[in-house]
Ligand binder design. Structure first.
Ligand SMILES: *Cc1c(COP(=O)(O)O)cnc(C)c1O
Length: 382
C-alpha cells in the first residue's frame, strides 16, 4: 500500500486475525489466558497489549511514517508519556506557544519532578542555538502553533537538535498525519490528540504517539503500560473507523478553510487572518515545503471596535466550543478557553489577544459557513 488514501482504509487490518474478519473486532477483555504454566507468550494482561489497540497502533505507525505507535486515553496522556522520557535535571525548550494543557502539565506536574522548561520565541531554526545549554535535552513544539498558526521549520529544528543530541517531540494535532508527517522530516517523537482530526466526530477523547527508533519505542511502551493511560478497545475501534474518512474530511475541511480565510481577509471587521494556506501568510512557503495540505485550522483578529462576545454569540452554524478537527465547524476564543491558564503577559507576548478568534471549519456547505460568519461580523460592531 503506497498511497496514504488506501492506507487510511486498509492499514488497520492487514494483519492475520482468527476469523478473517473484514473489520477489526473489539476485544473487550481485561486479560488473556496463558498458554501454559511456563508459556507467557502472546497477549497477557490487557494494560500491556490488546489486539484492537494493536490494530490502531499498527495503522498509526504506518500513517505517521514511523515503525511504532502507541494509543492513549487522551492527547494529554500521550504528551505526558512523551515528556516522561525526560529525567530530573533535564531542560526542555518549548518553541513558540503551545496548547494550554501542555503548558499546564509542564508547569504543574513535570516541573515538580525536576524537569525544567523554557518557552522560546524563534524566527528561524538557527535561533535555537542560543538557548542550548548543557542541561538542555529536548525540544517540544507544535506547527502550526496553536492558536497563532505560526509555522515552525520541522527539518531545520530537527537538524539543530540532532547536532546537539536533543530529543525532539512534535505535537501534530493541528495537521494529522494525512497532511504532515514530522517523523519523515527527522523528528524523534510525534504526539497527537486523536480527539481532533483523527477522531473527527467530536465523540471520543484519545491520543497517539509514534516513533521510528526501536529503543525509544521500548521506553514508550513501558511508560504506556506502567503509567496506564491506555486507549480503551472501544475507542480504538472508533478511531480506526474514523480514520478511514480522514482524507475525505481533511480535503473538504482544507477547502473550506481556504475559502473562509479569503473571505475574512477581505472583511472590514477583520484586522488580520492567520492561515498558512494564504499566499500572503508569512508561513506560506515553509508550510508548502513540509506539508501535503496547508491544514484546516485558522485564526483571525477582529478589528478594533468589534466585540468577540457579540460575534461569537451571533453565529448560527458554527458551534462555540473548545475543540477542533470535527466534521462540524467549531469556533473559539483562546484567551478565555484553551489558553486561559497561561499568564496574560506570556500569552500577549505570543500573540493571543482578546480579539483573537480560532476557527476549525467542518465539512458543511462552504457558502453557508461564509454567510454565517458574515452576518455575525455585522452584528459584532460595538
Ligand atoms: C486538544 C489538544 C491537546 C490535548 O488533547 P486531549 O485529547 O484533549 O487530551 C494537545 N495538543 C493540542 C494542539 C490540542 O489541540
Amino acid at each position: 500500500m503506497s498511497s496514504i488514501d488506501t492506507l487510511l482504509v486498509h492499514g488497520a487490518n492487514d494483519k492475520v486475525t482468527y476469523a478473517r474478519e473484514v473489520n477489526v473486532p473489539i476485544y473487550l477483555t481485561a486479560t488473556f489466558e496463558q498458554k501454559s504454566f511456563d508459556d507467557h507468550s502472546g497477549y497477557g494482561y490487557a494494560r500491556g497489549n490488546n489486539p484492537t489497540r494493536e490494530s490502531l497502533e499498527h495503522l498509526i505507525a504506518a500513517l505517521e511514517g514511523g515503525k511504532h505507535a502507541f494509543g492513549f486515553a487522551s492527547g494529554m496522556a500521550a504528551t505526558s508519556a512523551a515528556l516522561s522520557l525526560f529525567s530530573a535535571g533535564d531542560k526542555v525548550l518549548v518553541i513558540g506557544m503551545i496548547y494550554g494543557g501542555t503548558y499546564g502539565v509542564l508547569n504543574n506536574v513535570f516541573s515538580g519532578f525536576g524537569i525544567k522548561w523554557e518557552l522560546v520565541d524563534i524566527d528561524k531554526s538557527e535561533d535555537l542555538e542560543q538557548y542550548i545549554t548543557d542541561d538542555v535535552k529536548g525540544v517540544f513544539f507544535e506547527t502550526p502553533v496553536n492558536p497563532t498558526l505560526k509555522v515552525n521549520d520541522i527539518r531545520g529544528i530537527a537538524s539543530v537538535a540532532k547536532k546537539h543530541s536533543l530529543l525532539t517531540i512534535v505535537d501534530n494535532t493541528f495537521m494529522s498525519p494525512f497532511a504532515q508527517r514530522p517523523l519523515e522530516l527527522g523528528i524523534d517523537v510525534v504526539v497527537e490528540s486523536a480527539t481532533k482530526y483523527l477522531g473527527g466526530h467530536s465523540d471520543i477523547i484519545a491520543g497517539i504517539a509514534a516513533v521510528n527508533d526501536d529503543k525509544l519505542a521500548e521506553r514508550l511502551h513501558m511508560i504506556q503500560a506502567l503509567q496506564g493511560g491506555i486507549i480503551q478497545p472501544f475507542d480504538a475501534y472508533q478511531l480506526i473507523r474514523s480514520i478511514k474518512t480522514l482524507g475525505v474530511r481533511v480535503r473538504q475541511q482544507t477547502y473550506n478553510a481556504g475559502k473562509i480565510a479569503e473571505f475574512l481577509a477581505g472583511n472590514e471587521a477583520v484586522k488580520t487572518v492567520h492561515y498558512p494556506g494564504l499566499e500572503s501568510d508569512p508561513g506560506y512557503e515553509l508550510q508548502k515545503s513540509q506539508t501535503d495540505y496547508p491544514g484546516a485550522m485558522l485564526s483571525f483578529e477582529l478589528a478594533d471596535g468589534y466585540c468577540p462576545a457579540k460575534f461569537l454569540d451571533s453565529l448560527k452554524i458554527f458551534t462555540l466550543g473548545a475543540s477542533l478537527g470535527g466534521v462540524e465547524s467549531l469556533i473559539g476564543h483562546p484567551a478565555t478557553t484553551s489558553h486561559r491558564s497561561i499568564p496574560e503577559d506570556v500569552s500577549k507576548k505570543f500573540g493571543i489577544s482578546d480579539l483573537l478568534i480560532r476557527v476549525s471549519p467542518g465539512i458543511e456547505d462552504t457558502q453557508e459557513l461564509i454567510d454565517d460568519l458574515a452576518q455575525a461580523l455585522k452584528l459584532a460592531k460595538k
